[in-house]
Design a protein around this ligand. Structure first.
Ligand SMILES: Cc1cc2nc3c(=O)[nH]c(=O)nc-3n(C[C@H](O)[C@H](O)[C@H](O)COP(=O)(O)O)c2cc1C
Length: 392
């Protein structure tokens, strides 16, 4: 992809990664992704905002072929998918200065071996004149690392938001064309990357809302030329009360837990509670994260294996705890053969969540009618607690 003009003074550079299917060695990318860099050409100075993931460096460098000068490389975020090509850009433009927060400076030194003398650090609210264009830097610590910032271009009303408002989408459309189509990608990104920092994101959302905003240009996915809907979507994901929904990650080796899960899904449905089950042997962990954005209740279903939960259930519990969803209720169901500490071990893994732990339902071997009755009671308890709390 060649560089693309956004306005007379602002250009998209970067790479569309159509084939990538896994991010951070963890996150599934069903739609690929992009690494967006932006070039702002003022009447006197030129700035490149972020770079690309190192395997894509040749694409960015080719887009910079023929560029006369580059005065600044703004690094919003030290993670290598945005910063990793800074050393190569500096080789091409040795006089360029790297503009970042004081915290990012240390991190870029650590992560990229950048020497101290290439940096200009900026405080929250600082501006940098490029002549007839101005870069205003807004610190956004913990969106989603401690060193992050965003850049506002007041003359154009553009916010270069880096990972904030990002989405993993590979597309030839520079701008969002169909909000309905891309909403899930934005939600997936929020769930996987931003949800653990909800309180901080809420504050930064207020900062962004105060700007005269015509465009949000993130570092992954498409540019938003109608920023209002994504700001409202973020607000709802952060602040809306949880929904009348149970997220049910499960695993079963010999069908006993599976039979409990099937019964429990029906029992919840009969009580008017929505359920999203995730078979952990095949589940897309991004979809699980998205469901956790909304769910009022999390129930983990697992057999006992070597005295504790099945490792896949432990993995799902670890991820759910790390994402810090707004769930208010938690329980465990599953089957065992002779004994173990499955419930104790799983419950102790949710130390980040402020949840009420409901009585577990464990059965020996295959579930009997008594176990199904216990599952009915658990479903009924969940339904009434959802009703009492007004989760709809
Ligand atoms: C590798 C393995 C390890 C197991 N370890 C335990 C254990 O430590 N304690 C226990 O009570 N049952 C243990 N079991 C038995 C299972 O928990 C039991 O068969 C259960 O009913 C399986 O549920 P499932 O049909 O949903 O897979 C183990 C089973 C397997 C295959």
């Amino acid at each position: 992809m060649d560089q693309r003009k956004i306005t007379e003074r602002v250009f998209w550079l970067g790479a569309v990664d159509w084939d990538r299917r896994l991010f951070d060695a963890l996150i599934p990318l069903p739609d690929g992704t992009s690494y967006n860099a932006y070039l702002v050409r003022g009447s006197e100075k030129t700035a490149l905002l972020d770079t690309v993931d190192p395997p894509m460096a040749p694409k960015l460098l080719a887009q910079l072929d023929g560029a006369q000068d580059l005065d600044f490389i703004v690094s919003h975020h030290a993670e290598q998918d945005h910063s990793g090509t800074i050393p190569l850009v500096l080789e091409r433009f040795p006089k360029a200065k790297v503009v970042c927060t004081p915290k990012a400076k240390g991190m870029l030194e650590d992560l990229l071996y950048l020497p101290e003398n290439v940096f200009v650090t900026v405080d929250d609210g600082d501006t940098l004149s490029l002549g007839d264009r101005t870069l205003k830097f807004l610190h956004t610590p913990w969106v989603h690392w401690p060193e992050t910032m965003v850049t506002y271009l007041p003359e154009e009303g553009i916010l270069f938001s880096c990972d904030f408002f990002g989405s993993h989408i590979a597309s030839s459309d520079l701008f969002v064309v169909d909000q309905g189509q891309v909403r899930e990608a934005f939600k997936r990104y929020f769930a996987e990357i931003m949800m653990p920092f909800r309180a901080v994101i809420a504050k930064n959302l207020e900062k962004v809302k105060a700007l005269d905003l015509r465009m949000i240009a993130p570092s992954h996915g498409q540019i938003l030329d109608d920023p209002s809907w994504i700001i409202e979507a973020y607000r709802s994901w952060i602040s809306n009360p949880p929904r009348n929904l149970v997220v049910l990650p499960f695993v079963s080796m010999h069908d006993s837990t599976r039979r409990m899960v099937d019964h429990f899904i029906s029992a919840l449905a009969l009580q008017g509670v929505a359920v999203e089950p995730f078979n952990l042997t095949v589940a897309d962990i991004g979809k699980l994260a998205m469901a956790l954005v909304d769910a009022a209740t999390l129930v983990v279903a697992t057999p006992t294996v070597l005295a504790g939960p099945h490792p896949l259930a432990a993995y799902a519990a670890f991820v759910a705890n790390a994402l810090r969803p707004k769930a208010k209720l938690l329980s465990v169901i599953g089957s065992y053969g002779w004994g173990g500490k499955t419930v104790e071990m799983l419950s102790s893994m949710f130390f980040n969540l402020k949840v009420e732990v409901l009585d577990p339902v464990l059965c020996k071997g295959l579930p009997t009618y008594k176990d199904f009755e216990a599952l009915d009671r658990l479903a009924s308890t969940i339904a009434s607690k959802h009703r009492e709390n007004g989760f709809s």
